[in-house]
Write a protein that binds this ligand. Structure first.
Ligand code: NDP
Length: 484
């Protein structure tokens, strides 16, 4: 299949409405993880480039915030249409950057458009007056919501479009302007979102795109012209950013790692579970923050469940991510492949049993492929049961009572996702409140743009999506007045 890749080797950054040459000297190479071909590159921005991008965003802020929410919503709706027009290029660039199977990346543009449209639909929320009487009746307060200002948006490589758009859409709707820094392995696909914004007529300076390594992200976080940071990525980097923002008293939203569980009840319908297993527990070759990578199985159905999970994973096709029927692609980077293999070795060393896969050579003579792996006989103390792996690895643990299953699900420093599988929907719903996690799926998992996505504990601070996600880009102002 011929790939639709509008960008390969680029020398520019998007600042103040133009693609403008970077003045930094370094370059970041973009590698196709399925073939190991270096097929693209981007410049590493200099400190002066960063200053220019932040200044452009600052300059554009007064005009953008002065528009009515309905006017800004109009821009978001046009942007959504323009993103959809670029769906194939977005999908192919994404797949060449991080190896996401095209069945997954082909959803990116539609999902991004849907996020823009959802936040556009919240214009009315910003336009509805919020007036609160003084308790003694002597006056009233009008609570206004101001956009927070210039926002730094920093994204990881696993969903390079949607994890930018999850920040960009509410920021734009709120009246903020932005400087975006994509992850180094995936710097090209997001350029297509910028192109869509230009075609939608978004004014110069409202959106700026700069590329550079993690140290450049650090400089962006600490730049004096930034009013808020929105970050998705690993927990260690999130802690560093939280520390910097704490010192600066700079608002920050952090969407971090996870180690979520699928709590399988004894009455489970295994056929139904097998149909959603990969999407729920190994989506995007296991490189999804909220997936339920620990399966908690009732002792009386343990063997049956291990057999079903093993057969389902072993039967799913791994290979060229550009083929529409590919389920599992490669790891996104060589470093990620090595990390996952290290976990596979640790699982075996600690006594887990690989029922399929393991640290074996892949079926391919090139690419960062790791065989999708299922570990049975996993115990809660093992590293594979406690730490985020971020690869195609499932651990199956055993429990004897519901209380023990709930305790196992909560036995983690993270609190991002989780799922419950039961034939009894009321029982599953009641059990959700016992899981100490920001989101729970009953019989499946999918995030909903209209509802908050919020990690607890080591999984983050604050929320994205829903009105809560919009509020993260607003600051209130209370205007008190006497009632005559
Ligand atoms: P990283 O934390 O390594 O990087 C994320 C982004 O931060 C990248 O753009 C990176 O740049 C940048 N960065 C690195 N160091 C710094 C720094 N000191 N200051 C500012 N920015 C910095 O994460 P990964 O890209 O490896 O992504 C995987 C992680 O993301 C997993 O832990 C996963 O769980 C998490 N994630 C969380 C989600 C959620 O919503 N909760 C969703 C998806 C992923 P560069 O690439 O140039 O190093």
């Amino acid at each position: 299949m011929t790939a639709n890749l509008p960008y390969r080797h680029t020398d520019d950054l998007f600042i103040d409405g133009d693609w403008t040459p970077a003045t930094g000297t370094g370059r970041t190479l973009v590698t196709n993880p399925a073939t190991e071909e270096v097929w693209g590159s981007v410049p590493q921005a200099s400190a002066a480039d960063l200053d220019r991008a932040v200044a452009a965003a600052r300059h554009a802020f007064s005009g953008w915030r002065a528009l009515t929410p309905t006017d800004r919503a109009g821009f978001l709706l046009r942007l959504a249409d323009e993103v959809e027009k670029r769906a194939e290029a977005i999908s192919h660039t994404n797949t060449w950057e991080n190896g996401s199977p095209v069945a997954e990346s082909s959803r990116a543009a539609g999902n991004a458009a849907s996020i823009f449209r959802y936040f556009a639909s919240l214009a009315g929320l910003l336009e509805t007056p919020d007036v609160r009487p003084f308790p003694d009746g002597s006056g009233e307060t009008v609570v206004r919501q101001d956009p927070i200002g210039v926002c730094a948006l920093i994204a990881p490589w696993n969903f390079p479009i949607n994890l930018v758009v999850a920040k960009l859409a509410p920021a734009l709707m709120a009246g903020c302007t932005v400087v975006i820094k994509p992850a180094s392995p995936t710097p090209l696909s997001v350029r297509l979102i910028v192109d869509a914004a230009v075609a939608a007529g978004i004014p110069p300076g409202v959106i700026n795109l700069v590329t550079g390594p993690g140290s450049f992200g650090d400089a962006l976080v600490k730049h004096p012209g930034i009013d808020k940071v929105a970050f998705t990525g690993s927990t260690p980097v999130g802690r560093t950013i939280a520390g910097a923002c704490g010192t600066l008293l700079r608002p920050v939203t952090l969407e971090l790692g996870g180690k979520s569980s699928a709590l399988v009840l004894p009455d489970v319908d295994l056929d139904a579970l097998s149909k959603v297993l990969i999407r729920t527990c190994m989506r995007n070759t296991g490189q999804t923050c909220y997936i339920s990578t620990r399966i908690l199985a009732p002792a009386e159905r343990y063997d049956e469940l291990v057999d079903m999970v093993t057969a389902t994973i072993a039967a799913a096709k791994q290979g060229d991510p550009m083929q529409p029927d590919t389920v599992f692609g490669p790891a996104a980077t060589r470093a990620q492949e090595q990390t996952v293999r290290e976990y596979l070795r640790s699982g075996v060393a600690e006594g887990a049993r690989a029922t399929t896969g393991g640290d074996v050579p892949s079926d391919f003579d090139q690419g960062f492929f790791v065989k999708p792996t299922v570990f049975a006989d996993v115990t809660p103390d093992m590293r594979i049961a406690r730490e985020e792996i971020f690869g195609p690895v499932l651990s199956i643990l055993r429990y004897s009572s519901i209380d023990e299953g709930v305790a196992l699900a909560n036995n983690t420093s993270f609190g991002l996702g989780g799922t419950i599988f039961s034939a009894d929907p009321d029982r599953a719903f009641a059990l959700a409140s016992r899981l100490d996690t920001g989101s729970v799926g009953l019989g499946f998992f999918a995030s909903n743009h209209a509802a908050p996505f919020a990690g607890r504990h080591d999984s983050g601070l604050g929320a994205e999506f829903g009105p809560e996600g919009l509020k993260a880009y607003l600051v209130p102002q209370s205007v008190h007045r006497r009632i005559r």
